[in-house]
Design a protein around this ligand. Sequence first.
Ligand code: F6R
Length: 631
Amino acid sequence: MFCINKRKFFKLLPKSEKGMEEMCGIIGKVGEENVIPQLINGLKKLEYRGYDSAGVAFVEDDIINRVRAVGKISELKKKLSQEVIESRVGIGHTRWATHGSPTEENAHPHRSKNGMFYIVHNGIIENSEEIKKNLLPYNLDFESGTDTEVFAHLLEKYYDGEPVSAIAKAQAVLKGSYAFGLICKDYPDVIFGAASGSPLVVVKGENGFYIASDSGAIDEKTVEKYSVSCGEICKITSSAAEFFDPSGKAIKKQREDSQNSEDSFEKEGYAHFMLKEISEQPRAVKDTLDSLISLGGVWLPHVNIDEDFFSEILEKIVIVACGSAYHTGLVAKHIIEKLTGVPCAVEIASEFRYSHPFIDEKTLAIFVSQSGETADTLACLRLAKHCGAQIISIVNVRGSAIAKESDNVIFTKAGREIAVATTKAYSAQLAAFYALSIFIGREKGKLSEEQEEKYIEELSLLPQKIKETLETVNENAKKFAQKICKWDKVFFMGRLTDYATACEGSLKLKEISYINAQSYASGELKHGTISLVEEGTPMIAVLGESKIFSKTLSNICEVESRGAQVIVITDIAKENLLSGNRTVISVPDTLSEFRQSLLVLPLQLISYYTALLRGCDIDQPKNLAKSVTVE
Ligand code: F6R
């Protein structure tokens, strides 16, 4: 049944949920001692939200100063170290540019004309041009090309000595999504904040109060934590926090679970977070599976769907995600269809949300997201809910928007992932899909108890096999990286689930090494792409699907006879594959349903070592951010 209410649904959404959002990180602290070190550490931890430019504004002797720099937090730190700063009140920002290029003028904090307000902003003000035209003096000189600056001027316009009421009046005219932090010159011991549609938390530390986009950015032990949302306003001093509704009326807020995250923000001796996270995969997969498998059966603690739905109603499964998370869906489709007998479609979220999705109450819609904040995936989740589908989301970050808005969640236990290129969350997502496929297979009556036992037994061996693979393929991956690092283009191929892994391998390589890497379903090569193959062209073939082994092998021979240097990533006996110049990287054997968890590992390592040889910024590749909250 076509979901006819989609249009109506979009009309009902607040504009911010339809539009773009700037992906930045904000932090602010009022303490008893100098806050600059904590602002810098916090911004460093928020760099996953963007790293085009950064800045701080702080109060010293009742005067507000500002320091900003283009590039990463390290550039801002260099600038700040040239001055001796003692400040107990400060706000900071790290930016991923959407409105205005990444210059110092466009870096936050922005200020109002007379310098009464300094503000940092995460989000997007969709009607900034309208506000400029209709509400601000026509001859106002803007210092930046950002939408944010408009809000600073609006605050000054509405300010009559009371910042909370100025914030309430200014945000009443905004369209878009935002989390603001701001300092007002008349109140040098206070930070104010407001948020709607973008995350903002207030945290009481052991040594003062903070506002931040993510409580993980805060260095101190969390004593109390509150979320600010839906236009609420907050006011923090070094010893207290107050909250107000969007109109500026004081409200009481409920404290949230303030358990400190034990996830490390340190590289712990590894050269890069990506390498550390690659090596954490056995643990990430084990923890994920342990949380979903108990007493020899799959148990999904945060899924509450009537048994009848699976046995009587379910007709179709659709998986929606972006990037690597989408690739886990491509793998999962084949396993789900095999284990449950239910047709499964896999959709790119940014396409799906504007297509004509056939989803209804007989559909199970699965949303996959590491961050749980990806704007397109979130929009599709809302759409599917509106159409009456049952929802299960596979999410790594607890408390994220997708986790909060999903009726049913499978939490992956990858732990905090810091490298922009996902590895351990990817593996944990695959593990979650294996458990989910078995669960649905059993509920649907398609899998017997014996089959379930067989799968669970093999899954219990998977973390160890991942560890073994990482150890045994490491040297080969380094060697192969040397071969490909000088090439401008690299091809990947595979069929069925091998194709999904080829897609993930090529994405990983291109995003961190900047080599143009493309993946193809093996059978498609001779429909065009093979014309690009020349003497020496690197071609990485993923070959695990034994039922089409001979087909992919023929495709390998075809490109080799046109000069390609082929590396085969496989769990099939090496003797059947060695020939000529071909390189073969072998991974251990497992059940066919789970093999992509092993085949993907050499590809992660090849990408890592290739990027290393090319001198790339592995953890923070150019133009990217970890959490994609823009449409
Ligand atoms: C690639 C990568 C991205 C993400 C994608 C979705 O290494 O990490 O392609 O997979 O941006 O992000 P999440 O999973 O946070 O929704």
